[in-house]
Design a protein around this ligand. Structure first.
Ligand code: NAP
Length: 297
């Protein structure tokens, strides 16, 4: 178990998942201050600060939720509004580290200019693969709610065969769907073939899309553009899991009358207990490993 004795860790924002993370950090010896974390159920030894700056003062690390901040620094999931500003980062201790699921470019640059190292926690495969399980279940739930037919025997397309796409494609296959999997790497398409899926390159999409009932996107780039969306059936549904703004032309989908949704934060929405267990198991290890890389203070 990671040892965090002598470390001051500040959590800014979060939901019930972060309450579990606070417990895990305190169990490992850390001093934890928080702001924007729900107060109900907060560990009695955690310091509930009056504002974000007080929570950050002297901390060796800031931990933001997996969804991170928007492009202006506003924490996406929080019980009180928080904007990550230079002024806030300035009160951290020297050699501090910022942990966030996603670190927007401006925040990475701001941190770098202050000598604060940034760590994108979603880059960690253990975290991302474990998180892919509630994400995939949530995406399937959304698809079920959006369609009047079963997943079984439907034509499903999964765009992107990374950590989330792979889990989702496997689950859909297990439910008896006909699964097409679009990937740009030949080895990913070979894996899809081995799994009994129908592999596709992105160039094959125009011929495949007209028969698709449900498309699930996991690629954080525009992969379902206007003309591709227009090639789909009006009865089709699109569930976009990719980080905002997703990979779908939502305006085209709306014009065509296709149900299309961006579905952020599925683990926290559909399985907060499991999602809390995942982050409280993996994040303390990531944090301890990153502290170990620091030169002595
Ligand atoms: P990942 O393992 O990096 O997978 C991303 C996939 O997208 C890979 O197959 C990658 O292919 C492909 N890709 C990236 N850019 C591409 C492009 N320009 N054209 C074609 N393919 C491209 O990431 P992940 O962990 O599966 O997460 C995928 C997305 O879902 C992320 O945006 C993540 O933030 C989001 N996510 C959302 C939820 C939710 O609740 N909605 C939950 C988990 C993750 P290569 O390997 O060839 O690069």
């Amino acid at each position: 178990m990671a040892n965090l004795h002598g470390r001051h860790i500040c959590l800014l924002g979060g939901d019930s998942r972060e309450l579990k993370l606070v417990c895990a950090l305190i169990d490992r010896g850390a001093r934890v201050s928080c702001y924007g974390v729900p107060k109900d159920g907060l560990h009695p030894e955690a310091i509930a600060a009056a504002n974000a700056k007080e929570a950050c003062r002297g901390a060796n690390a800031i931990v933001l939720p997996l969804s991170g901040t928007d492009s202006n620094g506003n924490v996406r999931v929080t019980s009180s509004p928080i904007c990550i500003t230079r002024e806030l980062l300035f009160v951290l201790s020297p050699n501090a580290i910022l942990f966030s699921g996603i670190v927007p470019r401006f925040l990475a640059a701001e941190c770098q200019s202050l000598g604060i190292r940034t760590v994108e926690t979603t880059a960690n495969d253990e975290l991302a693969i474990l998180n892919s399980i509630p994400s995939a279940e949530g995406a399937i739930l959304m698809a079920m709610q959006a369609t009047p037919f079963t997943i079984h025997n439907s034509n499903c397309l999964v765009l992107g065969l990374g950590r989330t796409g792979m889990t989702l494609a496997r689950m859909l296959h297990g439910l008896g769907a006909h699964v097409w999997a679009a990937a740009r790497k030949a080895e990913d398409r070979a894996r899809a073939f081995e799994m009994g899926l129908s592999p596709l390159s992105f160039a094959d999409l125009p011929s495949c899309l007209p028969q698709i009932d449900i498309a699930f996107n996991t690629v954080p780039a525009l992969v379902l553009d206007r003309s591709l969306v227009y090639s789909m059936k009006r009865t089709a549904a699109i569930i976009d899991l990719a980080s905002s703004p997703g990979g779908v032309d939502f305006i085209a989908a709306s014009e065509r009358g296709i149900h299309a949704e961006l579905a952020p934060g599925l683990p926290g929405k559909v399985a907060p207990v499991t999602a809390g267990q995942i982050i409280s198991k993996v994040l303390p290890e990531i944090i301890a490993a990153e502290f170990a890389k620091n030169k002595p203070d």
